[in-house]
Design a protein around this ligand. Structure first.
Ligand code: BES
Ligand code: MN
Ligand code: ZN
Length: 502
């Protein structure tokens, strides 16, 4: 989809469709008023008939409205004016885009960005417009055989979206917002694609290739460590997980160094299990296909790198992705095995399905060498987190309350929320082992917390936060698919840090 910024009059706009909003109780927005005036009260008469109640997300398509130049006018319900905030704005944008998905209107101009949304600048409104539009029109058909049908579908819906702003002097800021929104959407879309790809295609090798290609495109440094290098580093915990798989493990390191030289980097670490069978502690069969999404932490780090690279964000950021499969096999790690992590701590593997923490702990130890200002790991770590928080918020754990606050705020600002979970020392003894320094599970109760406690044993040397995205990274059921979360949260966090640094 192409985007552009405009500043013009709705009734004179010459396109396949103009999008204008109406509030509940028949209250017209400025653009709807202008059409109403040009058409001698046509809009008001339609509302009176009761075909459009203005409820949030309601839509009504009008054709050949008198006094206008565009072939169609799409009315979009905005709900109550007093309650029209960021969330409602995004919902209205999505509804307008979805309403046009199967129409013949390709060249479309929207007037929704003109609406007053509490505390939002034009720049932000335009960024959200682009982001929400691209999110709502995302399709994953890369590996469908019926390419022609997919192409026919692609011919429908919006091809060019012009976003109108109320004042000519807002155009410049709107352009900036548009570029931000498109950059974020590109990262979100990449994270969705990687998640949605089948696990026989999206292997650790595939992820490494994607990282290398992206580094080439944007000009940042990418290094991929292979099995022998991981052995030399002493990553016994990570290697213990991969040893039951035929796919070679990859340890990906990306370096976006666009801050000043002395600035300590932010390190993002993403869990990259490209398929999680549970290993010898095999998972039950139902919905096991969804364990292809167990690399969504890695996907979100790759997506965030795409976004910040295309924004050319002035910050030093390192991305680390330990990636392998968790498979049962004659050589697989057994429950009861003891692994020696890169940190030297020995780990009793009581359940091979608690593998995420086993690959992350070595990556977190590796992160020390960058003398980070903060480390944030992102992982589809525990089913227990889904039980605790459902599918709306990611679980946030941290050894530093200021860092936790930064991330919570970034989540609020980007509508990609996290919730702060406790990680008190009281939980630590649950990880005691009779045979090693630490066990890899802490029992059923508080499962997402003990998982975080496990990671905390390896993050003592820096400020660290952990995002458990098991409930937010993908959707199940009819709408099964990756969400691209938490790319918006991570991007917002990094942008805020860059603003503070510069
Ligand atoms: N990848 C899973 C976590 C998961 C499960 C995410 C279901 C989303 C939906 C992780 O590797 C895992 O299996 N965790 C175990 C830990 C347990 C053995 C302590 C879990 O959550 O059951
Ligand atoms: Mn598992
Ligand atoms: Zn897993």
């Amino acid at each position: 989809m192409e985007f552009s910024i405009k500043n013009g009059n709705v009734e004179k706009e010459l396109s396949d469709c103009v999008i204008v909003g109406v509030y509940e109780s028949q209250q017209l927005t400025t653009a709807a008023q202008a059409i109403d005036a040009a058409s001698a009260g046509y809009i008001a008469s339609i509302l009176k008939r009761g075909d459009m109640d203005g409820k949030l997300e309601a839509t009504l398509m009008l054709h050949s409205v008198p006094g206008t130049q565009s072939a169609r006018v799409l009315l979009v319900g905005l709900g109550k004016e007093a309650e029209f905030t960021e969330k409602q704005y995004c919902k209205a944008v999505r509804a307008s885009v979805k309403a046009l998905a199967n129409s013949g209107a390709g060249k479309v101009t929207t007037f929704l960005a003109e609406l007053a949304v509490k505390q939002l600048s034009t720049q932000r409104k335009v960024a959200l417009m682009a982001e929400a539009t691209l999110d709502a029109t995302y399709k994953f058909d890369a590996i469908k055989r019926k390419k022609d049908e997919a192409n026919d579908d692609a011919k429908k819906g919006i091809s060019t979206l012009s976003i109108n702003v109320a004042q000519a002097n807002e155009v410049q800021l709107a352009e900036t917002g548009l570029a931000d929104g498109i950059a974020l959407a590109a990262g979100v879309s990449l994270a969705k694609d990687l998640g949605n790809l089948p696990p026989n295609i999206c292997t650790p090798t595939y992820l490494a290739e994607q990282a290398l290609a992206m580094g080439k495109t944007y000009g940042f440094d990418v290094e991929v460590l292979e099995q022998d290098a991981l052995e030399k580093l002493g990553m016994g915990s990570f290697l213990g997980v991969t040893q039951g798989s035929e796919e070679p493990p990859k340890f990906i390191i990306m370096q976006h160094l666009k801050g000043n030289k002395e600035q300590k980097p932010v390190v993002l670490v993403g869990k990259g299990i490209t398929f999680d069978t549970g290993g010898i502690s095999l998972k039950p069969g139902s919905e096991m296909d969804e364990m292809k999404y167990d690399m969504c932490g890695a996907a979100s780090v790759l997506g965030t790198f795409k976004t910040i690279a295309s924004m050319n964000l002035g910050l030093n950021v390192i991305g680390i992705i330990p990636s392998c499969e968790n498979m049962p096999d004659g050589r697989a790690t057994r429950p009861g095995d003891v692994l020696t992590s890169m940190s030297g701590l020995t780990i009793e593997v009581l359940n091979t399905d608690a593998e995420g923490r086993l690959i992350l702990c070595d990556a977190l130890t590796y992160a020390e060498r960058f003398e980070p200002s903060a480390v944030v790991d992102v992982a589809t770590l525990t089913g227990a987190c889904v039980v605790a928080l459902g599918h709306h918020a990611s679980g946030l754990f941290s050894n530093n309350d200021d860092l936790a606050k930064e991330l919570l705020q970034a989540g609020e600002a980007s509508l990609d929320r996290a919730w702060h979970m406790p990680m008190w020392d009281d939980y630590q003894p649950l990880l005691d082992s009779n045979f090693a320094d630490i066990a890899n599970i802490g029992g059923r109760a508080g499962g997402s917390i003990t998982a975080a406690c496990f990671l905390s044993r390896f993050t003592k040397k820096y400020d660290w936060a952990h995002l458990d995205i098991a409930g937010t990274a993908w959707k199940s059921g009819k709408e099964k698919g990756g969400t691209g979360r938490p790319v918006p949260l991570l991007t917002e966090f990094l942008v805020a840090r860059a603003n503070k640094a510069n």
